[in-house]
Design a protein around this ligand. Structure first.
Ligand SMILES: NC(=O)c1ccc[n+]([C@@H]2O[C@H](COP(=O)([O-])OP(=O)(O)OC[C@H]3O[C@@H](n4cnc5c(N)ncnc54)[C@H](O)[C@@H]3O)[C@@H](O)[C@H]2O)c1
Length: 260
């Protein structure tokens, strides 16, 4: 039996990268997947990929920083399917900025999606799950939130630290409603976001992109960075009944970069 058979799952930022990998794996495990992204073209592409593999999915275009739109999306999913079993809060933004160059507008742009948007999506989803007897929430944080020094910038690291803290608080608040809340903390993961940060860092330091990538990988004890599927594997477990008594945890998938 597929591990997420007949579950209704919302995956945010699912148009590419880690979110896309999670959406595709969830569908392969039998879930009906709502592919949420700000970019309609990539969201539609992922839905087409899932359907081509005989999976079930639909696209919804939502800016995760727009709390009204987020609440409307959750309400629509829950009412249409009379279910919302799994939320994967994955959408996030960042860029390479050094410590002294972070401006208030950078902080706001990053926290608007990564922390504020994630919380209000979790709040709306938890409300729908509570009415239906429970559910599972997987927040995609980052090892940056645990102090990984290779982070793209300090405001991003702060937003991911907020995700880890909110995961714990939410697990306490929602446990009695049979809602599990866990976080995944990816390390270096080869997605468009990673290549964007590599490009920006190479440009800022006057180095080759290959040198920056070698430096990233050189610090990883296991000697290789993640593919998006490395994160999807853990997301399937945390979204399934196998994880029914696991809550409030923040799981690193990073080849051994961080220990806590
Ligand atoms: N790639 C890494 O090395 C890495 C490491 C640690 C954590 N993460 C985290 O993993 C998650 C996914 O990262 P990724 O590397 O796949 O990123 P990505 O940039 O490749 O993909 C992010 C997706 O989110 C969408 N998105 C961005 N802003 C949005 C918004 N306001 N509303 C809706 N959708 C929006 C984008 O359109 C895109 O499809 C993020 O939470 C990121 O912080 C990534």
């Amino acid at each position: 039996m597929a591990r997420l058979w007949s579950q209704v799952a919302v995956v945010t930022g699912a148009g590419r990268g880690i979110g896309r990998a999670i959406a595709r794996r969830f569908a392969a495990e039998g879930a009906y997947v709502v592919v949420v992204d700000i970019d309609v073209a990539t969201a539609d592409e992922v839905v087409a990929e899932i359907r081509a593999d005989d999976g079930e999915a639909e696209a919804m275009v939502v800016d995760m920083g727009d709390t009204d739109a987020v609440a409307g999306m959750i309400q629509r999913v829950a009412e249409t399917h009379d279910a919302l079993d799994i939320l994967v809060n994955n959408a996030a933004v960042t860029r390479n900025i050094d410590f002294f160059s972070v401006r208030p507008e950078d902080w706001d742009a990053i926290h608007r999606v990564n922390a504020r948007g994630l919380f209000f999506c979790m709040q709306a989803a938890a409300g729908a799950m509570r009415e239906r007897g429970g559910g599972r929430i997987v927040n995609i944080a980052s090892i940056a939130g645990k102090g990984y020094s290779g982070t793209s910038n300090i405001a991003y690291a702060g937003s991911k630290g907020a995700v880890i803290a909110m995961t714990r608080i939410a697990a306490h608040a929602l446990g009695r409603h049979n809602i599990n809340v866990n976080a995944i903390c990816p390390g270096v993961t080869r997605t468009d976001l990673y290549y964007q940060v590599v490009r920006e860092r190479a440009e800022a330091a006057g180095r080759l992109e290959t040198e920056v990538m070698t430096a990233f990988d050189g610090n990883i004890p296991i000697g290789r960075s993640n593919e998006p599927d490395d994160i999807a594997d853990l997301a399937v477990f945390l979204g399934s009944d196998e994880a029914r008594n696991v809550t409030g945890q923040s799981w690193n998938v990073d080849g051994g970069l961080m220990w806590d």
